[in-house]
Write a protein that binds this ligand. Structure first.
Ligand SMILES: *Cc1c(COP(=O)(O)O)cnc(C)c1O
Length: 337
């Protein structure tokens, strides 16, 4: 039995999800004529209290479209140094939007209002103009850390005072929401745009949704087309998204519980120096200095456990829909044998 813990993107659609996909009613989404895509967009927008939404191929695409709509060439984006938008989107901020980035050091990827206030550039021609603040929740590189809503609300106040939009990379927003029990409508009030992934913990094969005002999404739709992201009978994929929102949100708690057990199991090993707090479905461990994560991941692989290197001595495990209690038991046996 191979234990897949490289990412929560490795899930395959369940039979019930496939059935929902097979029976979807579809049309040409470039003509805004796919009823299932429209239903997914409306459902997600309503859930978070937005006017509109745009279904796209990936979280990278929804983030990069949002950045492109919010900023102009030479403007500055403020984000944490661990941000996915900066580290893992192929240099897209520079390549797509020709914008500058101001990287701040947060707490496991989470920023505070005071830091952002200090980082916003004064009105002086030497500096780029700060035109966007982007947060990530949960933080991938921060080991699945999530924000307190009150901290986000304080950041919003700073953004409002400076008339700067606030974007959320919410690739794993539902992992945060099931832990905090926050109402998603509160998120809609503070963020000008949110990117939500359906292909991570929610378990669809493809797709992310971008949320915002009608005017924002109209511009986003144009950028999506320009990037080659206009798609036709995308309703087959949207149907998987609708199914996931109805059936796969609450079960994220199981992923979080299993991640905690993985953390506890790995903590028993002598070669493991530290486990980052396991807040959601991501476990990051630090090996002792003599051990390279690339070698260690190879050793795990030989035992039938798939994990990823996340730095010279850091290893990441991510739990997901296809990682069951049976897999967890097998994992523990393989690790402790
Ligand atoms: C996975 C992820 C994304 C989007 O990734 P895609 O593979 O492009 O869908 C964005 N932000 C974070 C934090 C992620 O973990």
């Amino acid at each position: 039995m191979t234990i897949e813990l490289r990412s929560d993107t490795f899930t395959k659609p369940t039979p019930a999800m496939l059935e929902a996909m097979f029976s979807a009613e579809v049309g040409d989404d470039v003509f805004e004529d796919d009823p299932t895509v429209k239903a997914l967009e409306e459902k997600t927008a309503t859930m978070f209290g937005y006017e509109a939404a745009l279904f796209c191929t990936s979280g990278t695409m929804t983030n990069q479209i949002a950045i492109n709509v919010h900023v102009k060439q030479g403007d500055e984006v403020i984000c944490d140094a661990l941000s996915h938008i900066y580290l893992y989107e192929g240099g897209g901020i520079a390549a797509n939007s020709m914008a500058s980035v101001n990287l701040l050091q947060g707490d496991r990827g989470r920023l505070k209002a005071e830091q952002i206030k200090e980082a916003i550039q004064p009105d002086n021609l030497h500096h780029p103009i700060t035109k966007l603040v982007s947060l990530e929740n949960t933080v991938n590189k921060g080991g699945g850390a999530y924000y307190d809503l009150s901290d986000i609300q304080a950041i919003k106040q700073v953004c409002l005072a400076h008339d700067i939009p606030l974007h959320l990379d919410g690739a794993r927003i539902f992992n945060a929401l099931v832990e905090t029990n926050d109402n998603p409508l509160e998120y809609g009030k503070v963020f000008d745009s949110i990117s939500v992934c359906l292909s991570k913990g929610l378990g669809t094969p493809v797709g992310s949704v971008l949320l915002g005002s009608k005017e924002f999404i109209k511009k986003a739709r144009r950028v999506r087309k320009r990037l080659g992201g206009g798609w036709r009978q995308a309703g087959y994929l949207a149907a998987a998204g609708i199914y996931a929102l109805d059936n796969h949100v609450e079960r994220l708690r199981d992923d979080h519980a299993r991640a905690k057990v993985i953390g506890e199991t790995m903590a028993k090993l002598p070669e493991v120096e530290e486990i980052l707090p396991v807040d959601t479905n991501i476990v990051i461990l630090r090996l002792n200095e003599k051990l390279l994560s690339s070698d260690y991941v190879q050793q795990l692989n030989e035992k039938g456990i798939r994990a990823t290197t996340f730095g010279k001595h850091l290893v990441r495990f991510v739990t997901h829909l296809d990682f069951t209690d049976d897999h967890l038991e097998a994992f523990q046996k393989k690790i402790l044998q």
